[in-house]
Design a protein around this ligand. Structure first.
Ligand code: SF4
Ligand code: SF4
Ligand code: SF4
Length: 605
């Protein structure tokens, strides 16, 4: 059933019995009856509605645990040793604890996307109104929200309709999280069933976020020819004031673009980004530039190019303020989820905040008003740029050589490095004046800086690597197709037959972050290999960026070589992380069209 609220406001009502002024009537929920036969068995499913199906799956695909930790420290009864057949003071065994931790992790993920969607929808409603229509592809996309339909059994038509879906999702996350309390769920299989539920609502939350922003910001709407945009450290024009946005929730970045355009400043300031905010701001304005995925954060900040750093939410380094201070760049925090200890300047006049940031009175400001972020970021960047003169935190060659001479060869950096890179050997060579070995580490370095934290000599090893690879860095100029959003119905119909007949071997999706040695390069290679074998290749988020970081002999990136239409041999960027449900949505639509499955509230089928 669709659950809707009705709110009626009347300025003045004249009738036979008198005059009523400022009349407001609110009806809690109206049950909107679906068409006969449309609704499936599980609208807005509770955490147990799909349990019997989950248990069937878990019986066939039994969970297997490789404990990443032998103890549980989650309550004051503990810590409890759970090795062997031991049980904790609450009676929980190792399998229960492992699945419980997985549920916790999934709740964090689901809550993050749902909270992201909530903030975004609230902001868009404030700007565009509750009645703003959901439109992700006009007549080309009849089913705008396949995941939401399938799970909740509703068809959201306006931004306001999405609030109902979010209410449901938030209640589910709370129930799931509560199951991880001490002395609640005791069965690992039931924990796993709840993990499935968390994954399901996570997809709905992401879909809500993306269809809201596509509709309101007019992002590419299921467009196979979405524009090609610049990506890579080398694409930044450092002769201009540079604003760097990091995170996942795009409104502050959109407001920066709007402020520049409305004030005739566009083209005078570089708008660059990292992570999903970067992907989404290029869906709004293809002239914005993407620097790279999450692992590019440190190297980009330390390069000194950004004059102002704006962080919103998710995947932002916890030390971003410290790193920003190293290059004397003011930082603006724009999300209540990531305040970074900064003073709340949301209600202060923009000019006052700009003055404090430019004069270094404060290293940063928390501004929880995207429009104000737009104005403050632009004005600050323009005023700060001539003062900073692109002050960088990366040493020059002499600094690398002299620093390397202080290395004692203790190997702590290598032990700390998740990729086991031979840093001590490279540093020893650098001490002799040869930076080649350091430079060679660049391709396998994920920019985590754990080596630096471990080094007893305090050497800025990641910066050494970046300096040694400077030439390669400047050559990082690639193209990525802006996230296209949904897949058109006609595209789904066209590939259905070939998929069934095996002419198209399958659909492959690259999602998430490639945080492993040569991760970026290998994503591009794998994507092209699958496309060459006629797979339909989809990408999103940081993986979409990684897939772009390659050039053939003609200097073309994969998105220039392979088409953006959902068909055999394509490489299609659907968008940021919250665009992932377009991938699941395509699969759902294939099942709906070709297996004639009901799409409403029918998750189990
Ligand atoms: S939750 Fe259970 S296993 Fe964990 S510390 Fe508390 S008593 Fe021990
Ligand atoms: S920054 Fe690079 S070299 Fe240092 S620990 Fe991380 S991956 Fe290893
Ligand atoms: S941790 Fe520092 S001192 Fe030790 S080997 Fe690495 S660079 Fe040298």
């Amino acid at each position: 059933m669709a659950r809707k609220g009705l709110h009626v406001k009347v300025g003045e009502l004249r009738s036979d019995i008198g005059v009523l002024k400022d009349l407001e009537i609110t009806l809690g929920r109206i049950i909107e009856e679906p068409k006969p036969g449309e609704i499936g068995p599980t609208p807005f499913p509770s955490i147990t509605d799909l349990r019997s199906w989950d248990l069937k799956l878990l019986k066939r695909y039994k969970p297997f645990y490789m404990p990443f930790c032998d103890v549980c420290c989650l309550c004051t009864f503990g810590k409890c040793d759970l090795t062997g057949d031991k049980r904790g003071a609450c009676g929980l065994d190792m399998a229960g604890q492992q699945s419980r931790i997985v549920l916790l992790a999934c709740c964090i993920g689901a809550a993050t996307h749902i909270a992201h969607a909530r903030h975004l929808v609230e902001h868009l409603i404030e700007k565009f109104g509750k009645e703003h229509p959901i439109d992700v592809g006009g007549v080309s996309v009849e089913v705008e929200a396949p995941v939401t339909r399938l799970v909740c059994g509703v068809r959201p038509r306006t931004l306001g309709d999405l609030e109902d879906v979010l209410d449901y999702l938030e209640s589910q996350v709370t129930h799931l999280l509560s199951a991880t309390h001490t002395g609640q769920e005791g069965s690992n299989i039931d924990f796993e069933s709840k993990v499935f539920h968390a994954g399901m609502i996570d997809q709905v939350g992401m879909e809500v976020a993306d269809i809201a922003q596509i509709s309101a910001y007019n992002f590419p709407k299921a467009d196979p020819d979405a524009p090609l945009v610049d990506i890579g450290l080398g694409v930044v024009d450092a002769t201009k004031p540079v604003i760097m946005v990091i995170g996942h929730n795009v409104p502050p970045a959109v407001e920066i673009v709007d402020y520049l355009q409305e004030n005739g400043l566009y083209g005078m300031v570089e708008v660059t980004g990292l992570c999903c905010t970067a992907i989404d701001v290029t869906r709004y304005n293809p002239k914005a530039k993407i620097v790279g995925p999450i692992s590019w954060q440190l190297r980009y900040i330390r390069s000194g190019m950004p004059d102002v750093i704006v962080v919103d939410e998710q995947c932002i380094r916890a030390d971003s303020l410290i790193e920003a201070q190293k290059i004397k760049a003011p930082l603006i925090a724009a999300s209540p989820k990531n305040c970074l200890g900064l003073p709340d300047r949301t209600h202060d006049p923009a000019e006052e905040i700009v003055s404090d940031l430019v004069n270094g009175k404060t290293p940063g400001a928390l501004i929880l008003d995207p429009e104000k972020v737009g104005e403050v970021a632009v004005k600050t960047a323009i005023l700060v740029a001539p003062r900073r003169k692109k002050f960088k935190a990366i040493p020059n060659v002499k600094g690398v050589i002299e620093g390397s001479k202080r290395c004692t060869g203790c190997q702590s950096c290598r032990r700390a490095c998740p990729n086991d890179l031979p840093i001590p050997e490279a540093v020893a060579e650098a001490a002799k004046g040869n930076l080649d070995k350091l430079g060679a580490l660049y391709a396998e370095c994920i920019g985590c800086a754990r080596c630096e934290s471990a080094c007893p000599q305090g050497l800025p090893l990641h910066s050494f690597i970046v300096k040694a690879a400077e030439k390669k860095l400047k050559e990082e100029t690639y193209k990525i197709r802006a996230g296209r959003g949904a897949i058109q119905d006609i595209e789904i119909r066209n590939v259905g037959g070939p998929i069934v007949l095996g002419e198209i071997p399958g659909v492959i999706a690259f999602v998430g972050c490639a945080n492993y040695p040569k991760g970026g390069e290998e994503i591009a290679e794998m994507a092209m290999e699958f496309a060459n074998r006629r797979f339909i290749v989809l990408t999103s988020g940081c993986a979409a960026m990684s897939a772009a970081l390659y050039k053939d002999e003609e200097g073309k990136s994969p998105y220039e070589i392979y088409p953006g239409a959902f068909d055999a041999g394509c490489i299609v960027n659907v968008g940021s992380c919250v665009s992932n449900p377009h991938i699941a949505g395509a699969a759902i639509k294939i099942a709906s069209i070709f297996a004639k499955r009901n799409l409403y509230a029918n998750y189990e089928e």
